[in-house]
Design a protein around this ligand. Structure first.
Ligand SMILES: Nc1ncnc2c1ncn2[C@@H]1O[C@H](COP(=O)(O)OP(=O)(O)O)[C@@H](O)[C@H]1O
Ligand SMILES: [Mg+2]
Length: 195
């Protein structure tokens, strides 16, 4: 038997299978990204009939260069050195894995962002098993204010059993619980949840 290293996309797929296992986990990762981006308002919308999730924030957003970079594993703006991980953690995120992992478990992940201080809205679509070298483009629809919207289309589409086994009311309850916990820790942030 030959021993060989798994190709990177397979490594990523397998690891992802372990990383994002529930709707609430997916929502929490996106909301924590919004908090890391300094958001004071975060809106979460879930349509489980279409397996669609949306998180909208009024954080500082992503400029064209930043948006072009994200989507691949280990792409993060929050950690550069080991020292960043020791003691002085300023952010919830540090691994640069959530966006790349969520990308692997849905049909597509759409990021729309208007960076603070700019009057342009950018967007980018990420798809599973494709690297993040997609070009971000100027969005046709302008966001009214700065911030970021992340839309997850058909979550768990490539895990049909997991998708079928989702108990919708239980998933919604879990999301509510997680959001309540976040709201308690960050009382200055307004968190809106709608179905
Ligand atoms: N809502 C958001 N607003 C601004 N930047 C974001 C947002 N979500 C993600 N990002 C950017 O994408 C990068 C990757 O996010 P993620 O995969 O969750 O990794 P991490 O949070 O560990 O850095 C972040 O470091 C940040 O620069
Ligand atoms: Mg994150």
């Amino acid at each position: 038997m030959q021993i060989a290293k798994l190709p990177e996309d397979v490594q990523s797929f397998i690891r992802t299978g372990v990383t994002i296992t529930s709707i609430s986990q997916c929502v929490v990762e996106l909301v924590l990204n919004s908090l890391d981006a300094g958001a004071s308002r975060v809106g979460v919308r879930i349509d489980l009939s279409k397996y669609e999730l949306q998180v909208v924030d009024d954080g500082y957003g992503l400029n064209l260069e930043q948006l072009n970079l994200i989507g691949n594993r280990y792409m993060t703006s929050k950690c550069n050195t080991l020292a960043d991980l020791q003691g002085n953690l300023k952010y919830y995120g540090y691994r640069g894995e959530a966006i790349a992992s969520i990308k692997q478990v849905c049909d597509s992940l759409i990021i729309i962002s208007k960076p603070k201080g700019e009057n342009v809205t950018y967007s980018k679509v990420l798809k599973p098993n494709e690297d993040g070298n997609y070009k971000a483009v100027e969005a046709k629809l302008d966001r009214p204010g700065h911030g970021t919207t992340v839309v997850v289309i058909n979550v768990f589409s490539n895990f049909p059993v997991r998708q079928k086994q989702l108990q919708h009311s239980l998933e919604i309850e879990q999301v509510k619980n997680e959001l309540q916990t976040i709201a308690l820790i960050q009382p200055q942030v307004k968190c809106l949840f709608s179905l």
